[in-house]
Design a protein around this ligand. Structure first.
Ligand code: GLU
Length: 317
């Protein structure tokens, strides 16, 4: 890693950012800026059906509204398909990719069987005979392309989760409609953008072993990883629009200023905040001071719960 690490926030522009996304973005920014490092925003807009420029603009506006800045115009994954195609061709040429004909339902059913592991590919198409493959091709079902990860065990020293050892999944590299998949794109992009510290939600921690395998196979560096706990509703589910006033615009309607929101984001992340009655502090001072004293060891290791009651009134200061 260079002396000045580069970090990033990589949202999917499929809706407005909620408090959990904003908290992850702020932590990623603080992590880099504390060390006077670079910071980038990348739009993970591979899914053209759910992504939109309007969401992208609104997300960037909200990130700027909580005081974040980035060093270069955000890149869009939808404009980088050539890079992903090159990486895929490289892996395919080395027989590290196989065709998978399974539907989501078949995968879910196999993964919930006694020896299956939910969320994991059960390996159905990994070693098909030539005849089985021909039969599937004839059925007309389009194939996705999966990584032949060979159940390799990967250890990661996560800066939040600590030492994690898990088996890499045979993740999808190209969807069955020909669109490159997140797991491939994220690895190619983090390397090509020189990202050295990946701070993201801990729901993505299970993806890390496959991403590390991909980095090794493609001869790319492995960044440092910090998976931060999510903000959840009182039902224990990841915060979502249905939980109430969760976006910045919602919070402003509920009586909070962006400064109140950032104060809550910092407090919920174990970082020092100004006295609650100090109304003179500006948003820029608040986050620049926070970057100066940022201490990642103080980030709580458990999810932050926002109850329906808390979401219905101004955030606790
Ligand atoms: N685009 C992903 C998301 O919005 C984040 C991917 C990453 O940070 O690696 O959940």
């Amino acid at each position: 890693m260079s002396a000045v690490p580069t970090g990033r926030f990589a949202p999917s522009p499929t809706g407005d950012l909620h408090l959990g996304n904003l908290r992850t973005a702020l932590l990623a920014w603080l992590w880099s800026r504390h060390d006077h490092g670079g910071f980038l925003v990348r739009m993970e807009d591979l899914d053209r059906v759910t992504s939109s420029r309007e969401h992208e603009d609104r997300q960037l506006r909200d990130l700027a509204a909580i005081g974040l800045d980035w060093d270069a115009p955000p890149v869009r994954q939808s404009e980088r398909f050539d890079l992903y195609a090159d990486a895929l061709a490289d892996l395919s040429a080395r027989q590290l990719v196989y065709r998978c004909y399974c539907s989501r339902r078949e995968i879910a059913e196999a993964a919930s069987a006694p020896h299956g592991r939910p969320g994991r590919y059960p390996g159905t198409c990994r070693n098909l005979s030539a005849r089985e493959r021909t039969n599937r091709e004839r059925s007309g079902r389009p194939a996705a392309l999966r990584l032949r990860a060979d159940a390799t065990s990967v250890s990661v020293d996560d800066l939040i989760l600590g030492h994690v050892c898990d088996v890499a999944d045979d993740v999808v590299l190209c969807r069955n409609d020909g669109v490159p998949a997140y797991q491939l794109a994220v690895v190619v992009d983090d390397a090509s953008q020189g990202v050295e510290v990946v701070v993201r939600g801990d729901d993505l921690a299970p993806s890390t072993p496959a991403q590390v395998i991909l980095q090794r196979l493609l001869g790319l560096p492995t960044p440092a990883y910090a998976h931060v706990p999510l903000v959840v509703s009182e039902r224990g589910t990841r915060l979502a629009k249905r939980d109430g006033a969760v976006t910045l615009a919602d919070r402003v309607r509920a009586g909070d200023t962006p400064l109140d929101v950032v104060t809550w984001l910092l407090r919920s992340s174990g970082q020092p905040t100004p006295a609650t009655d100090d109304r003179t502090v500006s948003l820029n001072d608040l986050i620049n001071d926070a970057a100066g004293v940022f201490d990642h060891s103080a980030i709580p290791r458990i999810p932050i719960v926002l109850t329906d009651g808390e979401l219905g009134r101004p955030l606790p200061r």
